[in-house]
Ligand binder design. Structure first.
Ligand SMILES: C[S@@+](CC[C@H](N)C(=O)[O-])C[C@H]1O[C@@H](n2cnc3c(N)ncnc32)[C@H](O)[C@@H]1O
Length: 230
């Protein structure tokens, strides 16, 4: 989908504490080592311009937030938002979030995973690029402990239903709870930039919260992107 290039952050801003390259992270990665304080860790997959990561980490200082974003420009933009307020509890990883979850993160290391408005990849030959695949959802179940939360919001009903079907097939999640929303109180009173855009256009948003149950995961951390990890 066409996107305006992200605005460049101030080059004088030091991003070194907030922007991490996936390719330079240790494997496996204990995500707790990325933060100065020990706290439950929430991962956002595909942070875009970083509205959720910034507002959630400011609102919840008792939690650590990790964003993962493929596009280098957006990852820098998110990191800049965090660096500007020296956020101690938020970090941005530039790279493929699906590989982070499948290949780097150990079992039961996250308290929540947030996936907001993932790219729908409409063309059949691009479908395999969808973040919410059957394999990703198996690994989402692996990295979440019992009671951990998976949040999925999208404006694409077909993608929403497919994702819930994949999640159900893992046997690792409770039945999804759908969430209602409230009117925005100001121009940036939205969960993410894409939620803002969708609601301002008057289009529906599909939202679900799935809780991890206590069944053991049936996959192991993958050793290479091609491996099955089972
Ligand atoms: C449609 S945008 C939504 C951004 C944001 N979540 C929002 O709701 O405003 C999807 C974002 O996911 C990112 N993305 C796509 N595939 C990804 C992947 N495998 N790993 C990390 N980010 C990814 C894209 O670069 C893009 O910024």
């Amino acid at each position: 989908m066409p996107r305006r290039p992200p605005k460049k952050p101030d080059p004088a801003l030091d991003l070194s504490a907030h922007l991490l390259a996936l390719a330079r992270l240790p494997v496996p990665l204990d995500p707790a080592t990325l933060f100065p304080t020990n706290a439950p860790i929430e991962l956002e997959v595909g942070s875009g311009k970083g509205l959720f990561l910034d507002t959630a980490s400011a609102a919840r200082p008792d939690r650590n937030f990790l964003g993962a974003e493929l596009a280098a420009g957006y990852a820098r933009l998110c990191a800049a938002r965090l660096a500007r307020r020296a956020a101690p509890n938020a970090r941005m990883i530039q790279g493929d979030a699906t590989w982070l979850v499948r290949g780097l993160l150990p079992d039961a290391c996250l308290a929540a995973i947030h996936v907001y408005f993932p790219d729908p990849w409409w063309k059949a030959r691009h479908r395999k690029r969808r973040v919410l695949s059957a394999t990703f959802l198996e690994h989402a179940g692996r990295v979440l402990p019992a009671g951990g939360e998976l949040h999925v919001w999208t404006d694409v009903e077909e993608y929403f239903r497919e994702s819930l079907d994949f999640a159900r097939a893992t046997g690792l999640f409770s039945e999804p709870v759908s969430l209602e929303t409230r009117p925005a109180e100001h121009d940036l009173d939205y969960h993410t930039h894409f939620e803002r855009r969708t609601r301002l256009a008057g289009a529906p948003v599909w939202r679900a919260l799935l809780a991890r149950n206590d069944r053991p995961a049936s996959v192991s951390r993958m050793s290479s992107p091609e491996s099955k990890g089972e």
